[in-house]
Design a protein around this ligand. Sequence first.
Ligand code: BGC
Length: 437
Amino acid sequence: MAVEMHAGLASEGGSKLKMLLTFVDNLPNGTERGTYYALHLGGTNFRVLRVHLNGQRSSIFEDEVERQPIPEHLMTSTSEELFDFIASSLKEFIAKEGDGSNISTSRRELGFTFSFPVKQMSVSSGILIKWTKAFSIVNMVGRDVAACLQEALARKGLDVRVAALVNDTVGTLALGHYHDPDTVAAIIIGTGTNACYLERIDAIIKCQGLLTASGRMVVNMEWGNFWSSHLPRTSYDIDLDAESPNPNDQGFEKMISGMYLGDIVRRVILRMSMESDMFELVSPKLKIPFILRTPLMAAMHEDNSPDLREVARILKEVFEIPEVPMKARKIVVKVCDVVTRRAARLAAAGIVGILKKIGRDGSGGITGGRSRSDTKMRRTVVAIEGGLYSSYSLFSEYLHEALNEILGEDIAKHVIIKVTEDGSGIGTALLAASFSS
Ligand code: BGC
């Protein structure tokens, strides 16, 4: 990972890791004031929120948030339909403010969390490089995402300015850093996966000449697209990739994130049921891609009942396999375990790659030179967000286990993985505040 990070920073297209500039050179510090909005278009859900800031770090006041699943048809429709839906949701949200006695009626400022790869031109503009996850709207790639939103807001008659266009990882880093200045990186492990971190501007060789006051810039790695010949790929990964909406793309994401884990498990169970008498018959439902959602896979994995009745219930409900024998239930749990453990360990290895790149993996600065435990190690916080990490306890357990194993306990105890709830939304509102006009 660290090698590919260097290559991606050296030249455009130097690596499958895009290492995108964000133009975020300063993270919010607590002095921000005012009321700001954030819209978050993620992989599965859409959120609108409003945040009040009164210039004190400890008192962010998120006074309203509305979440809804993104209607599936919008993921593949036209950009106008998608952005009209987003603008309408904001309009309804604002309408509920009534006469807004405590809300200024001057032009509203908004941060847009857009959880897809964007080549930023500035902190408030950038063009979509490609879609990921379940999105695929052809007339959108290559267009300025903030301008599309701004136009839709105008169509709805809203006087709102898009002050910041932000990847979800960057929003998470902003909120993480706001609460804890030792935060140096942020990871999302949800429907998709990605990471960003604070980099020295002189290490970003591909943007030579660009100066920032802080001498740093947040880099959006787009690690979902990471690939290395060292990564062992199974036939299930190869088939899943070939049948996905974006073949040959997002290889790391397809081994780690919530959109795919359930489907890897389905593929393994399908093969087992075809090659053994595990379930007597091969249920046709087992052949339907993405029919097994990752939350249900997690529920099977974490079934603690003595007769694994949750496993049996889900296999019946999803795949219409009746009366699964105990032996087969146990095998299904084992499959979930292997798939999740691999995902969590890959994510942990990715985190260590970032720590290595920024000299926080304990490999530099040996004081006495006797052992790794002599290493001077600064407290290092990695903000994390996403349902897969926060709702799937075995996933997070395996991730921590792997971090300890790779770094060694003496180093790992200085690395804090901190869940940053709603970071991608609130953090983006904070960035809108620090970059507002
Ligand atoms: C996108 C990233 C995003 C991640 C997590 C990936 O599919 O490419 O931009 O940060 O999902 O939402």
